[in-house]
Ligand binder design. Structure first.
Ligand code: G6P
Ligand code: BGC
Ligand code: BGC
Length: 931
């Protein structure tokens, strides 16, 4: 009985699956999913380290910006030469992307030739290596009958880690794989190539782009699948790249859109991060390599090392008597005798074992069947570990993309190339399977790059070429909006000249320089109840103020009424009847109808005043075109409308421009406030001018003017009066023609007041959106935007309101949000479109702010000179949404004033709806003086 048991035990021992023995032996190489997840997490944190400016220098995963900003969009075309250096073979290619007859849309045609590179050159002098590359290129041109005279754009696939500051420059950080040519580290390899091409001579080649093989592979595959946002190489070396959000890439300025990042992941582990999974065989491979201590991850994964790992394991097992009855051959002891191709052959489904046997016999071994099974299994474990590690790396990259997009589940495609992935029969399947387990929420499609990476390199170059020429054209258009310091000085000088001419009432001056009959700042003694009314664009605002010794403790009550838009263009009487009705309602609402309270009337249009309570409308602005008003006294018109109601009487004590109201309310807070600025729907400024400089026209006769303003005040001691410049009129006689762009002309011609208010049309909220829209139309017609499609939305006047400019120009607004703003307006845009739209908005609003700055500078220097001062401290009271809400307007305006008026120190005091309080203060002042 015992004997039977012994026999069966021995029999079963003999039958033991040889793979189990290998499994036990190579336990450390069999990574389970928890370990892989852990490695993946370490990988992700290393990626973050590489992206951040503070830690990137110390990161092993280098996360190199590639300056490739978009995947193919189908519009690429052209003919390109490409050089493909760094993989198992060196190739020269000629790639035609949708060029020439016979190539249908969407096709690429390639001719290629492989050139061997002698080992000596790979380890010799760098310049000689590049000379060989360049001579091969010349040979290719000659052999393929490609003109040597014609200029050829060239793309360079260079499969080593490079620090790129642009697409056409790259400093070599380190060699890897089997190359270690001298004198190239830290040098620009594009420049090295150019110099070699010059040395070779006789070619007309322009190196436009240098790309890593991963990037080129992603682009090759992106040509077929728009979702391809990752490039993977498992070949001689290993690496991956992916599209990262620019805002996460510290080393590149700007936060718009995405950029492809070359992780150059082969060096992961160089700092010991993989210590716990590294085996003695890995250490041996590393020690025997030409770059010991570097590319640790690559040495566990890529084709250059897999065969060697297998050899070292088999050798060790043989030495321990676990294989070949302990027999070891010289060949088995020789480096490089088992290659990755051997490993692939061992794992072939049908002939795997047969192949293993013949490989081992080729190494002068005599393997048993079990030896063959065991060695085959060593190959499996080594290559399985490789695909597991690649899956862990990919899982980290995909997790990063997933977090960037804030997605729970998502689909993505990975473009792949490299001899291991391509030729190892089980590799792809294993990789896909493990990745699925590590990242079940992500649906990954792997696309094999059949045509190598040159197609992608050519596409990058085509995009670069197209973008460069588009950018140049966009820049040309936008350059019209960019004003130099000299131009701003000229604008300032013209504003000043306009002010002087307006004050002297010389002919038809562009600036009306209207006296306001406001002389004093509020003094804080104001008391009692006053009304203020304000006609705004689409609304009318009423205010009751009860001053208790000035504004500090004043009680304020207000109500807003709508002005129907049709009234802006209808008969004047209707508009004023409507205003009278609003006034009536307000007095009822406040229960003050019969109190006969004095009122200030803000009428924010140019009025030629002959007294504080009288003024004729010179012309409408800001889209108003109501008839029978221009040339009429607006105070009288309102009073007549009130009379027609026969209900109540209104004492309109002061007619006030909005700028004047703003200045007065700010002056209450800050006595240095002597300028009032409005940059809202309209644009205008008022300031305190010396009476001696002002020619006025009086209420009663004496229309000739020439009257000393002081006399009109009845107050002998006052020296200054507030002047409403109406600076919006600058340019009406052509003084801005040299800075006006075709879009400005369109805006003007399509306005209700062509040729009027030219400065206002460059600077105010009512028009900036339209200037932007016309510029977008222009760019679209040039084919530079919205794929050249002029849509109805884009043709709709007023569709881009200025408030959208403020939103679009916010600094940290992601491009997707810009897109969604545009989308809501019916403008379907790509990311590139959004960048251009943002640039246009920026150019238009920047110019507006600069022009206002130049204007303010003219005003304050005039005040300073009036007073004979070398230095002048002044405060400008400001109101208007453009100033308040736009993210950059106020800063640019202030900066311009600072530069153009170095002798002034200006404080800008934003007024919170102060104009009506200002009007009430003026009314109170007038009343109290009369009493
Ligand atoms: C592609 C590219 C090469 C690249 C290679 C990696 O085919 O054209 O530039 O380096 O893949 O694979 P390999 O196995 O040749 O190193
Ligand atoms: C290089 C990478 C390259 C990879 C695949 C690595 O050795 O460092 O830049 O992408 O090999 O070719
Ligand atoms: C008017 C000015 C007004 C400015 C701001 C311009 O259109 O002509 O009187 O001050 O808009 O509202």
């Amino acid at each position: 009985m015992l004997a039977v048991h012994l026999v069966s035990f021995l029999f079963s021992k003999l039958q033991e699956d040889p793979t189990k023995k290998v499994d036990r032996f190579l336990h450390a190489m069999r990574l389970h999913d928890d370990q892989l997840r852990d490695i993946s997490a370490r990988f992700l944190s290393e990626m973050k380290k590489g992206l951040s400016a503070q830690s990137s220098a110390a990161a092993t995963v280098k996360m190199l910006p590639t300056h490739v900003r978009s995947t193919p969009d189908g519009s690429e075309k052209g003919q390109f030469l490409t050089l493909d250096f760094g993989g198992s073979v060196f190739k020269v290619l000629h790639v035609k992307v949708r060029e020439e007859m016979g190539i249908r849309r969407g096709e690429v045609e390639m001719e290629e030739k492989t050139y061997p590179i002698p080992k000596g050159l790979l380890e010799g002098k760098g310049s000689e290596l590049f000379d060989h590359v360049s001579e091969s290129l010349k040979d290719f041109l000659q052999e393929k009958n490609i003109s040597l005279e014609k200029k050829h754009p060239l793309a360079f696939t260079f499969s080593f880690p490079c620090e790129q500051s642009s697409l056409s420059q790259g400093l070599l950080l380190s060699w890897s794989k089997n190359v270690r040519a001298r004198g190239v580290l830290g040098k620009d390899v594009v420049q090295a190539l150019r110099e070699a091409i010059d040395r070779t001579g006789g070619m007309n080649v322009e190196v436009l782009a240098m790309v890593n093989d991963t990037v080129a592979t992603m682009m090759t595959c992106g040509f077929e699948d728009r979702r391809c946002e990752v490039g993977l190489i498992v070949g001689t070396g290993t690496n991956a790249c992916y599209m990262e959000e620019l805002r996460h890439i510290d080393l590149v300025e700007g936060d718009e859109g995405r950029m492809c990042v070359n992780t150059d992941w082969g060096a992961f582990g160089d700092d010991g991060a993989l210590k716990d999974v590294i085996t003695e065989y890995d250490r041996e491979v590393d020690a025997a390599s030409n770059n010991a201590g570097r590319q640790i991850f690559e040495k566990m994964v890529s084709g250059m090392y897999l065969g060697e790992l297998v050899r070292l394991v088999v050798l060790k097992m043989a030495r321990l008597g676990l294989l070949f009855d302990g027999h070891v051959s010289d060949a088995l002891k020789t480096k490089g005798k088992i290659t990755t191709a051997h490993v692939a052959a061992m794992e072939e489904t049908k002939n795997g074992l047969k192949n293993t046997r013949s490989i081992l016999m080729g190494l002068n071994l005599t393997p048993s069947q079990n030896d063959c099974v065991a060695v085959q299994h060593v190959g499996t474990i080594v290559s399985f570990r490789s695909s597991n590690l690649v899956a862990a790396g990919l899982a980290a990259i995909l997790t990063q993309i997933q977090r960037n997009r804030n997605l729970r589940t998502f689909r993505v495609s990975v473009g792949v190339d490299g001899t291991v992935y391509k030729t190892h029969p089980q590799y792809p399947k294993r990789l896909h399977k493990v990745l699925k387990r590590l990242l079940p929420e992500c649906r990954v499609r792997f696309i094999l790059s059949n045509s190598g990476s040159s197609k992608g390199a050519a596409l990058v170059t085509a995009v670069a070429q197209r973008l460069a020429s588009q950018k140049q054209k966009v820049d040309e258009t936008l350059s019209l909006f960019r004003l130099s310091y000299q131009q701003l000085q000229v604008v300032k000088a013209r504003m000043r000249a306009g002010m002087e001419a307006g004050l002297r009432r010389e002919g038809r001056s562009e600036l009306k320089m209207l006296p306001s009959f406001v002389y004093n700042s509020p003094d804080g003694t104001e008391h009692g109840k006053y009304l203020a009314f304000d006609l705004r664009g689409t609304n009318f605002k009423a205010l009751l103020v009860n001053f208790k010794n000035g504004l500090q403790k004043a009680e304020l009550y207000n109500k807003i009424y709508t002005i129907p838009p049709e009234m802006m263009q209808g008969p004047g009487a209707e508009l004023f009847d409507h205003i009278a009705e609003c006034v009536s309602d307000f007095l009822d609402y406040m229960g003050i109808k019969n109190l006969g309270l004095p009122a200030g009337f803000i009428f924010p249009f140019p009025c030629k005043q002959t007294a504080i309570d009288a003024g004729t409308l010179v012309c409408w602005t800001k889209g108003f075109k109501t008839t029978d008003c221009e040339g009429h006294d607006v105070v009288k018109m309102l009073q007549e409308a009130i009379k027609r109601r026969k209900e109540f009487e209104l004492d309109i004590t002061a007619l006030v421009n909005d700028t004047v109201g703003t200045m007065m309310s700010c002056a209450y807070e800050d006595p240095q406030c002597e300028v009032g600025l409005i940059v809202g729907a309209g644009s205008n400024v008022c300031y305190m001018e010396e009476l001696r400089n002002i020619e006025t026209e009086q209420r009663d006769g004496n229309e000739e003017g020439g009257t000393d303003g002081a006399k009109t005040t009845g107050v002998a001691e006052v020296e200054r009066m507030c002047i409403n410049t109406e600076w919006g009129g600058l340019g009406e006689a052509g003084s801005l023609d040299d800075i006006i762009t075709p879009s400005d002309v369109e805006v003007d011609q399509n306005s209700v007041n062509p040729e009027k208010q030219r400065f206002e049309k460059l600077t105010s909220g009512m028009y900036l959106g339209e200037v932007v829209r016309h510029t977008l139309l222009d760019l679209t017609r040039q084919g530079l935007l919205f794929r050249g499609r002029v849509t109805d939305a884009l043709k709709t006047p007023g569709i881009i309101q200025t408030k959208y400019l403020s939103q679009i120009e916010r600094d940290r607004l992601a491009l997707l949000q810009v897109r969604s703003i545009l989308q809501r307006l019916g403008l379907d845009s790509t990311c590139d479109d959004s960048i251009i739209v943002k640039e246009v908005c920026g150019a238009v609003s920047h110019r507006a702010a600069q022009l206002c700055g130049a204007g303010i500078s003219a005003v304050i220097d005039k005040i300073r000179e009036n007073r004979g001062l070398d230095h002048f401290d002044v405060t400008v009271g400001v109101e208007g949404k453009l100033y308040k809400l736009h993210p950059h307007f106020s800063r640019v305006l202030q900066e311009t004033v600072r530069v153009l008026s170095p002798q002034c120190r200006v404080t800008f005091l934003p007024s919170e709806e102060g104009r009506m309080k200002g009007a009430a203060l003026i009314t109170a002042g007038v009343r109290q003086m009369k009493m």
